[in-house]
Ligand binder design. Sequence first.
Ligand code: ADP
Length: 471
Amino acid sequence: MRKMRLKTTLSLIFALMVALTVVLVSIFSGIFINRQFEEYVKQTRKQEAGELAEYIGSNYDEELGGFNLDYVHGMGMYALKEGFIIRLYDNDMNLLWDAENHDMEQCHEIMNDIALRMQEKMPELNGEFVTYSYDIVKDGRRNGVLEISYYTPYYMNENEFQFLKALNMILGAVGAVSIAIAAFLGILVAKRITDPISGVITATRKISEGDYSVKVDMDLKEQETYELADSINSMAGTLKEQEYLRKQLTADIAHELRTPVTNISSYVEMMMDEVMEPTPERLRSCYDELQRLSGIINDLERLENAESDGIVLKKEDVDLYSLSESILQSFNSKLEEKKIISGIDGGEVHVYADRGRMGQVVANLVSNAIKYTDENGSIKVSVGTENNTAVLIVEDTGIGIYEEDCTRVFERFYRTDKSRTRKTGGAGIGLSISKAIVQAHGGNISCESKPGVGSRFIVTLPADNGHDQNK
Ligand code: ADP
């Protein structure tokens, strides 16, 4: 199924949300403003009618004992144009002035106009002309009654309708402009989010095709996208390194296997061709080569065991000092052979660890120290604690390691001298196994060395505090 693009979805959601907000705000504010305006018009009509009664009332002439009918006529005609049809009575309800009597045609024309306009534009009002009575009062005395008829509940003149129309148009225009701006911003926001994702997709696609040299652009403002790009870049780096190590491993294995296999083949071939007698010494030599082969296979197996994720540790309380002491003793004959002086410093340090595996680490470090130290050198093992961490150091006065090799000696098959045969060194596996074991214990292993002076291998392990942290 064809999927919608994230950019489109985000833009749509953003624009829809803003559109919805704008539409709702417009509708509600529109309704509110219209209502307020209608209420204002209603009040204004009422007020105008009251004022009419007041003006006419104030015009009462006490001396003459009556109204100035010319003035009433002027007021009546003015009121008629504004939509008020007035009728004036004296206190005995004798009709004094009536707009309808005066100009019936104009009166009906105006009334019709108003009624038609209101029915057309606001049919829901169901308005009609209603007559209200006002007492005409001056100085507290009632001088007559004024009847005012006007379209109720209210009516609007042409200007007021124009004003309302303009107001609604402005509201609509503001809404439309807001939606356009929102759509534009939505596209910008979506682009900002999706561009880095697209970059990551392109990069991961290339990585899956085996191109580990890709780099995702890191010029990103948001933390999450920055971290995403960063983690993809470091993943590509790790894969590149893994790929290199894998190739290196294959090449190393092939190289390691070639020499014994070639030796055995040529011996066996010559014996088959009867060029050479299968003497016990020659057979012994073949056997030694086979032993070397099986040694390499064992090394590979040990490596696989140690590096596979689930190293099963049988943890117990282990004193690193006594463990190191007994391992050092087991190397006595080799040490004597090379006239190497050895010693152990420090005291009891307890760790919660797999005794066999930790013994393997110490043995490997001591065996390396002996292997790479010339006659009459010295080896020292120190055991102690530092900041709640157990520290075991194996140092020698041997050939040393160049600084750039110090981190690499823990890689599989890494040997500082590649041309060396297995007689002078191992396959370069011991330290990588040691590292895997120490790390499985939550510890660390590192190396400090100076060529020609000697090396120090430092193992740190969490100290045993009632071994609660290592369970
Ligand atoms: P190997 O079986 O070759 O000793 P390791 O993994 O134990 O394999 O060591 C890797 C390489 O590190 C060795 O080949 C050697 O070059 C170097 N190395 C290890 N320990 C020492 C040491 N104490 N002094 C000098 N070089 C060392």
